[in-house]
Write a protein that binds this ligand. Structure first.
Ligand code: DWN
Length: 403
């Protein structure tokens, strides 16, 4: 049975970075999250047509941070050296952060956003500008043969028709092939109170329990996993065809499922308590920003993340509290944030001398950003985060300014 546990209000399409703050036809939809106690899957109630979200205007670049560039390079080399694949397929190749660490001769990529597919095609990687489904999997297998490794990062959670997408993986995988995919961890979301992992593109947020059950229905089995620190806590799954002896099932899999059981991830009350915490987070964030503003402080947000669209629209935080959002992505600069229409500018432009506080919209890159913005911190600037609860981050070496 499915139960809705979280209502995050009307939300915009998170990839809709607007050219002007006055928009007549912006699309909004109700963002509600449900728990299914049969499959243990946590997913959105309303999913949008994929073409509305993933198209030639797609702004996110997987290579935008040093943290993710290194993560993709390292997993690509690990896969190459461990499984020695003759053919690797990446589903959702974005700007090529993963495939660019592998030889063009062995890689096939699938990327529905045409601007991104064009980037990797221009680098010489065979890229299909299509949505992943059974028909495309058949075409790819006909042209290139079955795949020894299929890799997907932050992609399976983006596909509403999960069963069909996994069937397509099963179809394209060689008999002893390995399906490696990594996604934000539901346990991390529940532990961190990071409700901003729920937005239009995240049709599901996976627990190990739910992912293992979904894979099992398509004849696949998780044989190993890694807990990653990326995106505030992610899980990297390694799956094979059920019954194949090619890889021994690690005890780490059952241990992760046991941890989730102990944390209550298979029980509705856990999610109801999480929803209460989300309400409190909203109250605390609006109160903190309002108090700082009333004291004459200048506040901006750091990182025009898709996640922060959820926060700002749910909390109704707009330009009365935040002067701007800073982001290094050229395609976001000069635009306005979805729904709340906050101007987005470069860090050089937005993090000027007068800024007192920066809310971490990209809280998942907290260390990288704080290290980069030593000057802001050095002159008494402070970062604010809502993870795991709303607070001003105290950094040892700085003299705190009284809020
Ligand atoms: O799953 C998804 C994740 C992986 O990427 C997508 N559905 C969409 C997107 O979500 P997001 O925007 O929440 O992801 P990030 O990776 O947290 O975005 C970070 C943003 O912060 C980027 O726009 C780059 C920016 N940034 C910056 O301006 N300065 C990041 C760093 C590290 C920096 O120093």
């Amino acid at each position: 049975m499915r139960t809705i546990f979280l209502d995050l209000g009307l939300q915009p399409i998170t990839n809709c970075f607007l050219p002007t703050p006055v928009v007549a036809d912006e699309v909004f939809y109700p963002l509600r999250v449900q728990f299914d106690d049969d499959s243990a899957l946590v997913s959105l109630v309303t999913t949008l047509r994929p073409e509305l979200m993933f198209n030639e205007t797609y702004a996110h670049r997987a290579s935008a941070s040093a943290t993710m560039r290194e993560s993709f390079r390292s997993v690509a080399h690990h896969i190459r050296d461990t499984f020695r694949p003759r053919r690797v397929l990446e589903i959702g190749s974005n700007d090529g952060a993963f495939i660019s660490a592998l030889s063009r001769d062995i890689v096939v990529a699938v990327e529905p956003c045409e601007n991104l597919a064009g980037m990797t095609a221009a680098l010489g990687y065979r890229t299909y500008p299509v949505f992943w489904n059974l028909a495309e999997a058949e075409t790819i297998v006909k042209c290139h043969g079955e795949m020894d490794v299929i890799y997907a990062a932050n992609t399976m959670s983006h596909i509403p028709g999960l069963a069909q997408a996994l069937e397509a993986v099963t179809l394209a995988l060689s008999d002893d092939g390995v399906f490696v995919f990594e996604e934000p961890s539901l346990l991390a979301v529940i532990t961190n109170g990071s409700y901003d992992q729920f937005y239009d593109e995240h049709a599901h947020v996976f627990s190990v329990t739910a992912a293992a059950r979904a894979l099992a229905t398509c004849g696949l089995e998780v044989f190993d996993l890694e807990e990653l620190s990326t995106h505030g806590g992610s899980t990297r799954f390694y799956a094979k065809r059920r019954g194949r002896q090619s890889h021994v099932v690690s005890e780490r899999v059952q241990q992760a499922i046991d941890r989730e059981l102990a944390a209550g991830l298979t029980e509705l009350p856990t999610y109801l308590r999480f929803a209460e915490r989300v309400q409190q987070s909203r109250t605390d964030l609006v109160q903190l920003l309002s108090e700082l503003k009333a004291q004459g402080k200048t506040i901006i947000s750091y990182g025009a993340t898709y996640k922060s669209a959820t926060i700002f629209n749910f909390c109704q935080i707009g330009t009365s509290l935040l002067d701007c959002i800073v982001d290094t992505t050229p395609g976001k600069q000069g635009k306005f944030s979805p729904g709340m229409h906050i101007p987005i500018v470069s860090p050089e432009e937005g993090l000027g001398q007068t800024v007192d506080f920066a809310f971490l919209g990209a809280w998942n890159f907290r260390s990288e950003i704080i290290a980069k913005e030593r000057e802001f911190v050095g002159r008494g600037g402070h970062f604010i985060t809502h993870v795991p609860d709303v607070h001003i981050i105290k950094l040892g070496a700085t003299s705190p300014r009284t809020p």
